[in-house]
Ligand binder design. Structure first.
Ligand SMILES: Cc1cc2nc3c(=O)[nH]c(=O)nc-3n(C[C@H](O)[C@H](O)[C@H](O)COP(=O)(O)OP(=O)(O)OC[C@H]3O[C@@H](n4cnc5c(N)ncnc54)[C@H](O)[C@@H]3O)c2cc1C
Length: 491
């Protein structure tokens, strides 16, 4: 093949990239492109805007900085990245035609809307006699590669994981070599060689995300190295949000700035060498594959369906009261410090620790009685690492409607969760400085503290910090009644 175009989407790296590797093997000249999709980005420009009318959107900034790195790397090798702000269905065939390529190479995306987009782009390219070649890249095993003995897809994690581990071979983890020959990254023809569209020109402002989340493969690699020095203790620290126990790699993984094969290779090797931390971490990476597999096989989940249809019979709170409770949850004003600190972490940084995602999701659905879909949508808007498959999986796990979810009668107590996983209140103090002076006993439930302690700590409840919006014990009883419809339907 003479010429190929690689279309980058959620695989923003120039190493161990399946589509790029195949293109470099098959074509004499290779170009790369990325499209800032107006169908995805335009709806984001709403709500609060800055004085220039620009949206503060960390993910767009993070992607933009990652692309800048790729462009610089490619230019150093004689090529460059062709970046457009438009509709892929129009841009990809147009660029492919102008370059005169024989094929467009890309990696699989499993979200139903992306699958539909790729089908249309493929159709448009076919009309131009241009091949569309797709590859597995962002997971180890996809779609129907891991099946039960009766050839069905798994819906329970542990047997899926066991089968996944049994199936795994060295070739599944081998890196896709991406070594261009001299001149193989072809210079961009003048007509197509426009500068990277600025964030401003697309309606976004710089967010400063790079200060705490260095973008690109370089940033991901630095985070990975830091984590590998701690991985053996992962199982000890991973549940405690105040300590640096987890990898913080989810956003780099989300945008493919790191290769999943590289991460699994590291974890697997260390697991075989006896590291408990690596064993548990590998399990988390398998959860990621699991949820991708679930979404690929159950696309209805992207349309708001409960995995277990019975759960669609639940009547959630509605009306002005529900909206008020939801606003308190979003703004971190529920009066439950661990929940509120977690929501502040999300709002301030775009990240929330896994333990806290479980706590706040349980609180929203089982303490406030609010539909998990509201929480799912809020996370989708605010998480830097937002991934439809894992987010949906996580919310349906917490609300009990998901595959392999926690039983509906298991209701996290936000106070005991706080006492157990933030016993000193260090995480709470970081995000709720107004509670800083409360004792480690009172900080989990300030309304239980005596007047003297509150006064000494300078806290007036209802002024400096919210009074609890619900009583957990009462909410728990209400939830058991709310979920009883599920029990009745299932019986
Ligand atoms: C309600 C809810 C919503 C969630 N939404 C998302 C989301 O939108 N995007 C996302 O990547 N994860 C999501 N998760 C899973 C998990 O919370 C994050 O992956 C994790 O907190 C990211 O931090 P980390 O990279 O430090 O994780 P680590 O603990 O270091 O884990 C390493 C990697 O394993 C994967 N992983 C870990 N836990 C899970 C899990 N439970 N399910 C699937 N993959 C997992 C992630 O890719 C993560 O980066 C959600 C969990 C819940 C309960």
């Amino acid at each position: 093949m003479q010429k190929a175009l690689v279309w980058l989407r959620r695989d923003l790296r120039l190493y161990d990239n399946a589509a790029l590797s195949h293109a470099l093997k098959e074509a004499k000249q290779v170009w790369l492109t990325f499209i800032f999709d107006t169908d995805i980005l335009k709806p984001l420009i709403q709500g609060e805007l800055d004085a220039k009318g620009l949206k503060h959107e960390r993910r767009v900034d993070f992607i933009w900085q990652g692309l800048k790195q790729i462009d610089e790397e490619l230019r150093a090798m004689g090529g460059g990245l062709i970046v457009r702000f438009g509709k892929p269905l129009e841009c990809i065939p147009q660029i492919a035609k102008e370059l005169g390529v024989d094929a467009v190479f890309t990696n699989h995306d499993y979200e139903p809307s992306a699958v539909a987009r790729d089908e249309s782009v493929k159709g448009a390219l076919e009309k131009l006699n241009i091949q569309f070649a797709e590859f597995k890249d962002q997971v180890i095993f996809e779609k129907r590669e891991i099946l039960t003995n009766s050839n069905t897809v798994f819906s329970i994690f542990t047997p899926y994981k066991n089968n996944w581990l049994k199936t795994l071979q060295e070739k599944d983890l081998a890196a896709h070599e991406c070594k261009p020959k001299a001149g193989q990254f072809a210079p961009i023809p003048k007509k197509l060689d426009t500068p990277l569209p600025s964030l401003e020109s697309m309606g976004f402002c710089a967010t400063g995300i790079e200060a705490y989340l260095p973008p690109g493969s370089e940033g991901g690699q630095a985070f990975l190295e830091d984590f590998l020095s701690r991985i053996d203790q992962y199982q000890i620290g991973r549940d405690f949000p105040a300590i640096k126990g987890v990898s913080y790699l989810s956003t780099h993984l989300r945008f493919g700035m790191l290769s999943i094969r590289g991460l699994v290779r590291e974890a697997h090797r260390r697991m075989l060498a006896g590291s408990m931390g690596a064993t548990i971490w590998l399990s988390e990476l398998i959860w990621r594959d699991f949820y991708f597999m679930i979404l690929a096989n159950h696309p209805r989940l992207a349309k708001g369906a409960s995995f277990k249809p019975d759960y669609d019979n639940i009547t959630w709170e509605s009306g002005a009261h529900a909206k008020k409770l939801f606003a308190a949850w979003c703004e971190g004003k529920t009066g439950y410090p661990l929940v509120d600190a977690a929501m502040h972490q999300l709002n301030q940084s775009g990240y929330m620790h896994n333990r806290l995602r479980m706590v706040v999701a349980s609180f929203l659905t089982k303490d406030l009685g609010i539909d998990w879909r509201w929480g799912e949508a809020y996370f989708a808007e605010h998480l830097n690492d937002f991934e439809l498959s894992s987010n949906n999986g996580g919310w349906q796990w917490a609300s009990s409607s998901g595959c392999d979810a926690q039983p509906y009668f298991r209701i996290f107590n936000p106070i005991t969760q706080s006492e157990k996983f933030d016993s000193e209140g260090k995480f709470i103090r970081r995000y709720l400085p107004q509670l800083e002076k409360l004792s480690k006993k009172s900080i989990h439930a300030p309304w239980k503290a005596g007047h003297i302690e509150l006064e000494a700590a300078g806290v007036v409840l209802g002024r400096d910090y919210a009074l609890p919006v619900v009583d957990h014990d009462e909410a728990r009883k209400k939830t058991l009644v709310r979920y009883s419809v599920v029990k009745k339907v299932s019986e």
